[in-house]
Structure formats: structure tokens, C-alpha cells
Design a binder for this molecule. Structure first.
Ligand SMILES: [Zn+2]
Length: 365
């Protein structure tokens, strides 16, 4: 299996992901986002609103118009053992399915029918679980490709960034883990003190696959300086920041959020409902999140801001379950957001911006 993914074979069977070919193809049919609307920059220039955008879910493509309420960053199953540990994903799946279906039914009862799952390879991604839950509950789920930090699954050992990029690209365009289920975006993470060499290789692979598919890259990175380092890696590979979501941005300053938004990025605050943030020591109270959202809206970045709880339903091992609940967004936060920004803007932040940020790759057919 690994041999067939070697550089020679890959070169023949998959598109050339080198920067040069990207620059050629992007010159032919560039895609940019302005004023929050996607423009296809060719002779038949068109403006696409969120209702016409497509999401690639684990049950297939879904149109924006069919989305009622959305959650921008949540998790069903998360595994912190790491993919080389024998305990990794070694759980009673009947329990995981039961807990996940129950929670998804709860959020469905709140009117939510879109959940962006942020768990990539390395932290327990399971597309079959997501598909089962989506089918059982009516909650559309978008699953990411990508690898968390340097948690490279054993089957990728020894691969180059190019080879890993091909794999990401296949998951975005063909299928995932032996199925025809496509992923809808790329999730990566950086070590919070700064990317390791292996982190950076994964980031490069993500950028190559992302620009080739025209897909979104979402990054776990609480701190602005480190985020800028990762962004530099993505840009060096020709990845456009209009397709970049900065996740866990709340511990950074509002000025940093605005500066990154001015470069095209979407900014996400995602610890609402938590009592504390022992990981990054960022704010968790509703007022701080509302202030951050309002600051971006007032600065004109109202189409580039997201908010979610980043809760996990079932964590392996259970002692690492953390303090969040993904029903919090619509139970407690939405009414406050409506009060602060009005109903239309609250809907835009909670629904429209999620569809826009996580729409299917512009070059995926
Ligand atoms: Zn998360």
C-alpha cells in the first residue's frame, strides 16, 4: 500500500501539486472572496450567496438553503491517546454511538441541522460514526481531512508532504477510510508554543491539498504570533487566506483578530459555555465572547466571524473529558447575541458564516 503511494506513482496518478502548476491554474480561473461573497473570477463572473453554496457532508452534498441552524466547531468522539497507542480508538463503539446519537438528537431539537466536526486524523476521526449519527438524527455533519499537530497515523509513516497532500486531496474529492464519504475541509493544529518541524510538514501538505481543491483550512491555534507563523507556511504554498479559519482565537487580542481578518481570514471564538480554559487560559465568559464578536462586526468583518462551544461528547480516555456542552450555543448564547447585535446579525454569525466558511472546495466537482 505504501509503495503505491510513492512519489513516482503519485506523480503519474494525481495532479502535480507543485506551486508552479497551481499558479498556472489559478491564473486561468482565480477565485476570490470580497465582501463575504464568493466570486468566480472568469468571463461568466457570478456572485454566490450562502443559500446556493454547497456543503460536503458525510451523507453527500447539502445546499446552504437547507440549513436551519449551524454549529461551527463541535466534536462527537475525540481520542487523546494518539494513533500509535494500542488504546487509540479501542472503545465500546456501541457506547460512543449511543452517546453521540443522544447529543445530536438534543441539538437537532434546538433546530440545528448542521454541525462542523473538527476532529481530523490523529484524534479519533471516524467517518462511519459520523455517517451513522447524521442518518439517525437528521443533523448534517461535515467531516475534515487533515492531521492533528504531529499525530501522524502509522500508515503515513515516512511519507513526504506531497504524498500526505495527495491523501488529503483524495479524501476531499474521492473518499475516506475505504468509503465513498468525502471530507468537506481540512483541519490542522499547531503546537501552541510554535509549530514543530513535523507540524509544519502537515501544514504544507494541507496548503497544497487545500489550494488544489479550493477547500477551507481550519487551524487550532490560540496565540496570534504562532498563528502568523503557520499562516506564513500556508501562504508560501500558495494557499489563499480567504479560505482560512483561525480557530481558538479568543485568547489573542482584538487587534490581532482584526489584522488577520483584514488579510481575508475568518476568526473563530470557540470556548463558550466553559467555566475555565485550563489549556490556553483564554476567556470563556459570554461577555468576553460577545465583545470580541462585536468588535469584528463593527470593524466590517461581520461575514468573517464564527462562534461555537468546541465541546466533545465522548472522550477517550474519559478522564480527559473537558468542560463544555454543545447545546450551550443555542440554549444560552444565541439569545444574548440577538440582544447585542439584533436577530439578522445573530443569524448571519451563527448560520450564514458557517456555511460560507466551510463550503465545499471551489474546485471540487
Ligand atoms: Zn475542537
Amino acid at each position: 500500500m505504501n509503495q503505491s503511494l510513492g512519489r513516482g506513482g503519485s506523480r503519474r496518478r494525481y495532479p502535480d501539486l507543485s506551486r508552479r502548476s497551481f499558479l498556472r491554474s489559478s491564473a486561468a480561473a482565480g477565485v476570490l472572496v470580497a465582501g463575504g461573497l464568493a466570486f468566480v473570477n472568469d468571463a461568466r463572473a457570478q456572485v454566490v450567496g450562502v443559500d446556493d453554496m454547497l456543503l460536503e457532508t458525510v451523507l453527500g452534498p447539502v445546499q446552504g438553503k437547507d440549513i436551519e441552524k449551524a454549529l461551527a466547531h463541535e466534536h462527537l468522539f475525540v481520542d487523546f491517546f494518539g494513533p500509535t497507542d494500542p488504546n487509540y480508538m479501542n472503545v465500546d463503539w456501541a457506547d460512543v454511538i449511543g452517546a453521540s446519537v443522544n447529543k445530536a438528537n438534543e441539538i437537532r431539537s434546538q433546530g440545528v441541522n448542521l454541525m462542523i466536526e473538527w476532529g481530523p486524523m490523529g484524534v479519533g476521526r471516524n467517518v462511519l460514526l459520523l455517517r451513522h449519527v447524521a442518518r439517525a438524527t437528521g443533523v448534517n455533519i461535515v467531516c475534515p481531512t487533515g492531521i492533528y499537530k504531529s499525530l501522524i497515523p502509522p500508515q503515513f509513516e515516512g511519507m513526504t508532504a506531497d504524498q500526505i497532500a495527495f491523501h488529503f486531496l483524495r479524501e476531499l474529492t474521492k473518499g475516506t477510510d475505504g468509503t465513498a464519504i468525502r471530507t468537506g475541509f481540512i483541519k490542522i493544529a499547531t503546537t501552541e508554543k510554535g509549530p514543530t518541524e513535523t507540524d509544519t510538514m502537515i501544514h504544507r501538505a494541507a496548503a497544497m491539498a487545500g489550494r488544489e481543491a479550493g477547500a477551507t483550512i481550519a487551524l487550532h491555534s490560540p496565540f496570534a504570533e504562532v498563528t502568523k507563523t503557520v499562516v506564513a507556511t500556508l501562504e508560501k504554498e500558495g494557499f489563499p487566506l480567504t479560505r482560512f479559519v483561525w480557530g481558538h482565537a479568543q485568547p489573542s487580542k482584538t487587534d490581532d483578530h482584526k489584522a488577520m481578518a483584514a488579510r481575508g481570514a475568518t476568526i473563530q471564538f470557540d470556548a463558550i459555555g466553559a467555566r475555565s480554559d485550563p489549556f490556553f487560559h483564554g476567556p470563556t465568559d459570554d461577555a468576553s465572547m460577545l465583545n470580541r464578536i462585536e468588535a469584528l462586526v463593527k470593524a466590517g468583518f461581520d461575514k468573517q466571524v464564527l462562534v461555537s462551544a468546541d465541546a466533545s461528547v465522548y472522550v477517550n480516555p474519559s478522564k480527559w473529558q473537558y468542560d463544555r456542552d454543545n447545546t450551550y450555543v443555542y440554549r444560552y448564547f444565541e439569545p444574548q447575541l440577538v440582544q447585542r447585535l439584533g436577530e439578522a446579525m445573530a443569524r448571519q454569525v451563527l448560520r450564514d458564516n458557517v456555511i460560507r466558511a466551510f463550503r465545499r472546495g471551489d474546485k471540487v466537482t
